[in-house]
Ligand binder design. Structure first.
Ligand SMILES: C[S@@+](CC[C@H](N)C(=O)[O-])C[C@H]1O[C@@H](n2cnc3c(N)ncnc32)[C@H](O)[C@@H]1O
Ligand SMILES: [Zn+2]
Length: 371
């Protein structure tokens, strides 16, 4: 085992031993990305709110997430696992530095470790945070999460999910994404739909409670319940994005009226976040030492948009080739609200809005605003 050249680095209120090279953007024998601190803030807030006792960080890197949950959410038993033993050596040093008891260390292949789990005695939370796609691990991660627990799944293969690599998307998620207007949301919904379908195979209903995109991270949290009727209810909300004038989301990959083909799916067509939970996390955020100054604003945006189950509209894309320029987003939102439509910004893109207004109306409001 080799300990790389490290420095003590504080994230939230936890001290981590981090390879200097990873902080300086160089190649490092142990993975650490400080930009991921927002996602770890959210893991801590969620663990505090859901009162997590046992937490499996199955691809922990140097342990940043699991150690912060141990230290800042006071979870009792944390298992840190990574296939890279050098990563585990650093996690061990950091746990000692923070005087954490109740942290266990393993260095196994994730699938082997996860497959030992059981819905009765599984973890309160399992966090799956691989390089790229989580697809090969999701089924086993479900096995390791107890009924009533939380499964967190992260994907950084946005190129696949957003449809830029259609063959990989088909192979990994059995899905397609030809949507151009809101491809990130379609990608996130494909990931959610994939987890819902994979969990249902084990009789586990995986209800999405907090799903978002931040930079390269597509992060989803599911509340798990062992119930075949709950599985059926969730599976009924896995369908396709059509978006013609008759059908928005559809159970079939086409509109049954005009036969327009779907532009993406299978995907989750229900809500991406539980509004009550997001409100609670937002309240808690003010009382917590957060590592990222964007965590609160992301939660605020999720709170605003989560009751609107319409895909976002990218304004520059909508107005492309019309000859009209793109007005200020806030003016478009106010203009649509004046007409009686619901409208908000969206966390997916700072140039996009979420609204129940048809695209023709959004374009008309844009044209009127730019004169
Ligand atoms: C994206 S990093 C994890 C980052 C970490 N969760 C964090 O928040 O900083 C992915 C980690 O997965 C580990 N890994 C890759 N394949 C694995 C496998 N099959 N089983 C266990 N760990 C694996 C890598 O060594 C790497 O440390
Ligand atoms: Zn139609």
């Amino acid at each position: 085992m080799a300990i790389p050249d490290c420095t003590a680095y504080t994230e939230g209120s936890t001290v981590l031993f981090v390879p200097r090279a990873s902080l300086e953007g160089g190649r490092s024998p142990v993975f650490f990305n400080k930009r991921g601190c927002l996602t770890r803030d959210i893991s801590v807030l969620l663990a505090r709110r859901t009162k997590v006792d046992t937490f499996l960080d199955v691809m922990c890197g140097l342990g940043a997430r699991g150690l912060r949950v141990a230290n800042e959410a006071r979870a009792e038993r944390i298992v840190l696992n990574d296939i890279n033993p050098d990563a585990i050596a650093l996690a061990y040093l950091s746990a000692r530095e923070n005087n954490l008891t109740g942290v266990e260390f393993q260095s196994e292949g994730a699938n082997a470790l996860l497959a030992l789990g059981d819905y009765r005695e599984g973890y309160d939370t399992v966090d799956l945070d691989p390089y790229g796609t989580p697809a090969p691990f999701v089924s086993n991660a479900v096995l390791s999460t107890r009924s009533g627990g939380v499964l967190a799944v992260c994907a950084t293969d946005g190129a696949n999910l957003c449809g830029n690599r259609p063959k990989a998307l088909e192979r990994l998620y059995a899905a397609f994404n030809r949507d151009r207007m809101s491809k990130k949301e379609t990608g996130l919904r494909i990931l959610v739909g994939f987890v819902v379908r994979s969990a249902a195979i084990h009789g586990m209903a995986a209800r999405p409670v907090l799903c978002y995109n931040y930079g390269e991270y597509f992060r989803c949290h599911f509340s798990l319940e062992r119930s075949s009727s709950a599985c059926s209810n969730l599976l009924n909300r896995v369908g396709y994005l059509v978006g013609c004038e008759h059908t928005y989301y559809s159970a079939a990959p086409y509109c049954t009226v005009c036969h327009a083909s779907a532009s993406g799916g299978p995907l989750w067509t229900g809500g991406l976040c539980d509004a009550v939970l997001v409100g609670e996390l937002l309240g808690d955020a003010g009382r917590t030492t957060l590592a990222s100054r964007y965590t609160t604003s992301l939660l605020e945006e999720l709170a605003c948009e989560c009751s609107m189950n319409f895909q976002y509209i990218d304004l520059p894309l909508l107005m492309k080739n019309t000859g009209a320029s793109v007005p200020k987003k806030s003016s478009v939102i106010l203009g649509l609200r004046d007409l009686g439509y619901r409208a908000s910004s969206t966390h997916f893109s700072h140039t996009a809005i979420r609204t129940d207004a048809p695209r023709t109306i959004v374009a008309k409001v844009c044209r009127e605003l730019t004169g």
